[in-house]
Design a protein around this ligand. Structure first.
Ligand SMILES: NC(=O)c1ccc[n+]([C@@H]2O[C@H](COP(=O)([O-])OP(=O)(O)OC[C@H]3O[C@@H](n4cnc5c(N)ncnc54)[C@H](O)[C@@H]3O)[C@@H](O)[C@H]2O)c1
Length: 331
């Protein structure tokens, strides 16, 4: 059994992953600054260390004391669309914070460093679905930082022999998700609007497509990664195969919440029109697995949302660039 650090483990994906690793018998420590996560997301038996990955001293101290075998690095501010307007914050938190972890991991002999990158590294790919070989041309600061961390892990593997596993998930939804964040997670935004008897807001005409991935379909694969030799030093797309338009998603979310599908279209924002990826490689290495249908996954999340409601979310106050900031985010 291993000693494992999960950064961002009080957040949505990280809390499920930490709980799964703990269930498998590992010793699990979570490092989270609670900027987007919640203490009650962290399951009993898991050690929660509150602090930021941007605090190099704290990170070094934690690694020196704990002797982690593996790191799962999920801590990030993951509002992709907003990242254009908060570049400094984005690179400081998501890139420099990651560098602090990589330094400490190399210095203390961590064996495997698993990182949640994102489909955002591909940008507006002309080739759909995107495979791991599709050239990466990220179009926003969030995707650029994720790609830089991927390259940094590869350089550290070559230089210091620390193995990595990189996952590129996309549009993950499910229980524990913070549906109060208006800048990200369209499924959560729609459910929150329905709870408040407001129409669901869609940027543009809603024909943009994404494949929405249920949390329960990705976490077991991520947890397996440190045990599967063929996954070492590889990059994997991970998530659902079937793309849906945002209009179709709105209809499905309304069904899951038992509410009428009331929609209001707001001016489009600068975003990739179609983005979905191939999962042949992850199936080849981790085996074929049955995925939840969109309706099934949404129903599970809706049940949780109806019980827990929306948790308050801090409004992001330090916008660095006001130009072209979407009006819909100002209200
Ligand atoms: N949700 C998705 O659809 C999706 C898709 C692709 C990639 N990802 C990546 O997966 C990871 C987890 O995403 P999520 O959806 O669970 O988001 P989340 O916001 O629920 O979780 C992120 C966690 O990181 C913590 N955090 C942020 N900055 C930190 C810092 N400086 N120090 C310590 N903790 C910090 C937050 O408090 C939060 O608990 C992120 O790296 C994100 O970029 C998510």
């Amino acid at each position: 059994m291993k000693s494992i650090l999960v950064t961002g483990g009080a957040g949505f994906i990280g809390s499920h992953l930490a709980a799964e690793l703990f269930r498998r018998g590992h010793t699990v420590t979570v490092l989270d600054d609670l900027s987007g996560g919640f203490v009650d997301n962290v399951a009993d038996g898991i050690v929660l260390k509150q602090g930021s990955i941007t605090d190099a001293e704290l990170v070094d101290d934690l690694f020196q004391r704990s002797h982690f075998d593996c790191v799962y690095h999920l801590a990030a501010y993951a509002a992709e669309g907003l990242s254009h307007f908060i570049k400094r914050f984005n690179y400081n938190n998501n890139l420099m914070g990651s560098v602090n972890l990589i330094n400490a991991a190399v210095n203390t002999g961590v064996r495997t460093f698993a990182f949640t990158s994102s489909i955002a590294v591909y940008g507006a790919s002309p080739q759909l679905p995107m495979t791991e070989e599709t050239p990466a041309h990220p179009e926003d600061s969030y995707g650029i930082a994720k790609l830089a961390v991927e390259h940094e892990l590869q350089a550290s593997q070559r230089m210091f022999g620390m193995d990595y596993v990189i996952f590129r998930p996309h549009n993950v939804y499910g229980e524990n998700q913070n549906i109060g964040d208006k800048y990200r997670n369209v499924v959560g935004i729609f459910m929150n609007q329905i709870l408040q008897n407001k129409p669901m807001t869609i940027f543009g005409d809603g024909t943009q497509t994404r494949a929405f991935s249920y949390i329960g379909d990705i976490v077991p694969i991520m947890a397996d990664a440190i045990e599967v030799p063929a996954a070492r030093n590889e990059i994997f797309n991970i998530g659902a195969d079937q793309p849906y338009s945002v209009n179709d998603l709105a209809a499905a979310v309304a069904r899951s919440m038992g509410a009428p599908a009331e929609i209001v279209h707001v001016p489009s924002r600068n975003e990739v029109a179609h983005a979905y990826s191939s999962h042949e490689k992850v199936r080849r290495v981790f085996g074929e697995r049955k995925l939840h249908s969109l309706d099934d996954g949404l129903e599970r999340m809706a049940r949780w949302v109806k019980q827990h409601g929306a948790r308050s979310s801090k409004r992001f106050s330090n916008i660095e660039i006001a130009r072209n900031f979407p009006q819909a985010w100002l209200v």
